[in-house]
Structures are given as structure tokens and as C-alpha cells.
Design a protein around this ligand. Structure first.
Ligand code: NAP
Ligand code: MG
Length: 403
């Protein structure tokens, strides 16, 4: 078989620890034999980020803007322990945070479903994809402890110097607490466009929910911005695609999610997304089966796994011990990026390859060959636990049958 030719490069962001090991294995075993792989390579491994004063992260985000599609390996976000371990010049910021800010992107997380691993909610037969608005609200708040006898007010100094005030609470009889938060129309609009674009891309309904009946200005603004952008820019495209935008109250949304079969995108405000994404990930079984894609309002895509660098397994690997680390989410980051590249470049053979590689991966697990994390969860009768590399080799055997 001739290797598949790529017209445009993918931006490749390498990473850290066990996922860096898996990254190379995926390329060597499943990609390079079949594709004339064109990538623009950026090493986001912590050592090189430190060497370049994190410039490499910024460069990789700029390249993503240029080429439109990136695939990223999990990376270490440094903490105090990493400062010593890697002898760092500075506690560099999370690469994901930096890239998200530069692309003004929204993160969508979806579980990969396989037979034998039943979600805790067994009626969830299709994935629920969660989108979290990652700006503002309680994550950029100002809080105060207030003493009895104080009066708290909201005060805005307007552009012309005048003040607009409103009372929050008169703390006559008790000590208490207050909190101020904000959001930006521009950020909410970007979030809305990323959600509408991704719904069209995936041909899935989009749900959005807030508490606008109680929060008549703050949450209502989210509802209004979504409604206006939908009416003006997306309604016709949604009709053509046969998908729906559905707005409801957050408590109603939660009830409907539990009763649903899945198969939609759920857009969440920042706090709701923080909480609900952990619930959805746990309910679907394994963090190692959760994919993640960052989508910008202009339709730029960066694919990755939702999990981290699997540090504990890496230390075992360094000691020469065998590991059984799940590579599925990282593999699906590659297939997602290759398929998107194929769509944009009109190379259907690249899209078909991505589809077959995903099918080969799922078929392998459903035939009973899986890594340790899934072995513990799977209800299949004939199942075998394999090591990190043997799993990818088993996928390659299935892939050969499909090609
Ligand atoms: P983690 O790497 O997601 O791993 C936490 C635990 O989950 C692992 O120890 C393992 O459990 C299990 N697990 C996760 N992925 C797995 C996989 N593919 N196969 C098998 N088991 C898997 O989270 P962490 O240990 O909290 O973080 C490690 C590093 O990753 C940190 O430096 C953090 O900054 C970074 N991180 C990066 C990203 C990103 O780049 N997107 C996201 C999150 C964290 P057992 O040990 O029980 O087997
Ligand atoms: Mg959370």
C-alpha cells in the first residue's frame, strides 16, 4: 500500500512523561507505516519549555493559528515539586491555559464508548460532550469577609467618572461574606460561536443552560448573547444540518441529562462545566477514554487526551518495569486531528484512515484485548490485560485487516 500523502502539515505538540513515551509508540506503530506524516513539530516537554522560557508554547499556538489543526500530548503543569525535579527557572504556566488564551478557545470533552464498559447511568448509550466556558465568574472573583454592622454595595465607576451603586446587603445583625464576579460579552460571544461551530462540525444538538430566572442580569446576559448569535448567524445552518439549539434552566438541564440517552453537546458556564465534566467523566467509566478538543471561534482545532502525563506509570517505566497505560485518548487525539486535516485539505483517504484506526482501536478492546485500567472495569468474559506497547501492536493487527 502506498503511504497516504498529506497536503498541509499538522502542528504537533509533544509532551511529558508516560504520554511522551506513548506519543512516539503511536507514531512508530500506527502512523508512520501508513502516512507520509507531515507535521510542524514543537517540543512542549517541560525541559524544552524551560530552555526557551516557555516561548515554544507561544510559538506552537501561533503555528496552530496558521495551519488550523494541532495535536497535543499531555504536558506537566509545574508545581513546587517539579521546580526541583526539573531545576526550573520559573514555575511556568499551564501550556493548556496559554494555548487556550491565545486561541480564545473552548474545550469540548467527549467519552469514547466501548462494549463491556457500561456507564454508571446505563441509559447513556451515546457520548455526552461537555463544553466549559473557561473564563471569569467565580474563578476570577473578589471576595470579602464582612463584619456585623457593615453595609456592602456594588459600585461601578463609569467612563465619565460618575458612579452607579446598588446595595448588596446591610449586615446589621451578623458577620457575613460577599463576592464580586464578572464576565465579558466578548468572551461569552466567543464561547457561543465555538459551541455553535462545534455542534455543526459534529452534527450534534447543542444544549445550554443557566439560572436566568434568578440571575436576571448576569445569567440572562449569557442566555441573550447565545440566542442573538444563534438567530443571526447559525439558525439556518442548524436547520440545514438537521440539528437543534436547546436552551433551558440549569436544574431542568441536569434532570434531562440524567433521563437522556446522550448524543449531544452540553455547553456549561464555567462553574457548571467544572463540576459537571467530572461527573460525566466518572459516569462514563475512565479518564483514559476521555478525549478533548479546543475549538476557537474561527474554527481552529487542537486535539488532545483529557488525562495528564500519567506520572506514576512513567516512574515504573523508568525503573524498567512493564506498564499497562491506556493510549486510547491520545490515539483519538491523533485520529481527530488527521480527520480534520483531511476534511480541510480535501484528502478523503486521510479521513478514511482516521475512521479505520478508530474502529480498529474499539474492535481491539471489544475483542477482549485491553490495558489494565479497562481490564478492571470491563464485563467481557474473555478479556486479556496487555502492556502499553502490545495494545498498540494488537490495534495494528486489526488495522491491517481493515485497510
Ligand atoms: P493523570 O496523569 O491524569 O493521572 C492520574 C491517574 O489516573 C493515573 O495515576 C492513573 O491511575 C490514571 N490514568 C490517567 N490516565 C491514564 C491512562 N492513560 N492509562 C491508565 N491510567 C490512567 O493526572 P495526575 O497524575 O494528576 O497528573 C500528572 C501530570 O499531568 C501533572 O504534572 C499535571 O500537571 C499533568 N496534567 C496535564 C494535563 C494536560 O496536559 N492536559 C491534564 C491533567 C494533568 P493509576 O495510577 O491508579 O493507574
Ligand atoms: Mg473539576
Amino acid at each position: 500500500m502506498d503511504k497516504i500523502i498529506m497536503k498541509t502539515p499538522l502542528v504537533e505538540m509533544d509532551g511529558d512523561e508516560m504520554t511522551r513515551i506513548i506519543w512516539k509508540m503511536i507514531k512508530d506503530i500506527l502512523l508512520l507505516p501508513y502516512i507520509d506524516l507531515k507535521t510542524e513539530y514543537y517540543d512542549l516537554g517541560l525541559e524544552y519549555r524551560n530552555e526557551t522560557n516557555d516561548q515554544v508554547t507561544i510559538d506552537s499556538a501561533e503555528a496552530t493559528k496558521k495551519y488550523g489543526v494541532a495535536v497535543k500530548c499531555a504536558t506537566i503543569t509545574p508545581n513546587a515539586a517539579r521546580m526541583t525535579e526539573y531545576n526550573l527557572k520559573e514555575m511556568w504556566k499551564s501550556p493548556n491555559g496559554t494555548i487556550r488564551a491565545l486561541l480564545d478557545g473552548t474545550v469540548f470533552r467527549s467519552p469514547i464508548l466501548v462494549k463491556g464498559i457500561t456507564p454508571y447511568i446505563p441509559t447513556w448509550t451515546k457520548p455526552i460532550c461537555i463544553a466549559r466556558h473557561a473564563y471569569g465568574d467565580v474563578y476570577k472573583n473578589t471576595e470579602m469577609i464582612v463584619e456585623k454592622g457593615s453595609k456592602a454595595e456594588l459600585c461601578v465607576t463609569n467612563a465619565d467618572g460618575t458612579e452607579t451603586r446598588d446595595i448588596i446587603f446591610d449586615f446589621k445583625n451578623s458577620d457575613g461574606i460577599i463576592q464580586g464576579m464578572h464576565n465579558l460579552d466578548s468572551s461569552i460571544s466567543s464561547f457561543a460561536r465555538a459551541c455553535f461551530n462545534y455542534a455543526l462540525d459534529q452534527k450534534l444538538d447543542l444544549w445550554f443552560a443557566t439560572k436566568d430566572t434568578i440571575s436576571k442580569k448576569y445569567d440572562h446576559t449569557f442566555k441573550d448573547i447565545f440566542a442573538e448569535i444563534f438567530e443571526n448567524e447559525y439558525k439556518e445552518k442548524f436547520d440545514e444540518a438537521g440539528i437543534e439549539y436547546f436552551y433551558t434552566l440549569i436544574d431542568d438541564a441536569v434532570a434531562r441529562v440524567i433521563r437522556s440517552n446522550g448524543g449531544y453537546i452540553w455547553a456549561c458556564k464555567n462553574y457548571d462545566g467544572d463540576v459537571m465534566s467530572d461527573m460525566i467523566a466518572t459516569a462514563f467509566g475512565s479518564l483514559a477514554m476521555m478525549t478533548s478538543v479546543l475549538v476557537s471561534p474561527e474554527g481552529i482545532y487542537e486535539y488532545e487526551a483529557a488525562h495528564g502525563t500519567v506520572q506514576r506509570h512513567y516512574y515504573k517505566h523508568l525503573k524498567g518495569e512493564e506498564t499497562s497505560t491506556n493510549s486510547v485518548a491520545t490515539l483519538f487525539a491523533w485520529t481527530g486531528a488527521l480527520r480534520k486535516r483531511g476534511e480541510l485539505d480535501e484528502t478523503p483517504e486521510l479521513c478514511a484512515f482516521a475512521d479505520k484506526l478508530e474502529k480498529a482501536t474499539i474492535d481491539t478492546i471489544e475483542s477482549g484485548i485491553m490495558t489494565g485500567d479497562l481490564y478492571l472495569l470491563s464485563t467481557l468474559e474473555n478479556k486479556t490485560k496487555v502492556n502499553t506497547e502490545d495494545f498498540l501492536k494488537a490495534v495494528n493487527e486489526k488495522l491491517k485487516e481493515l485497510l
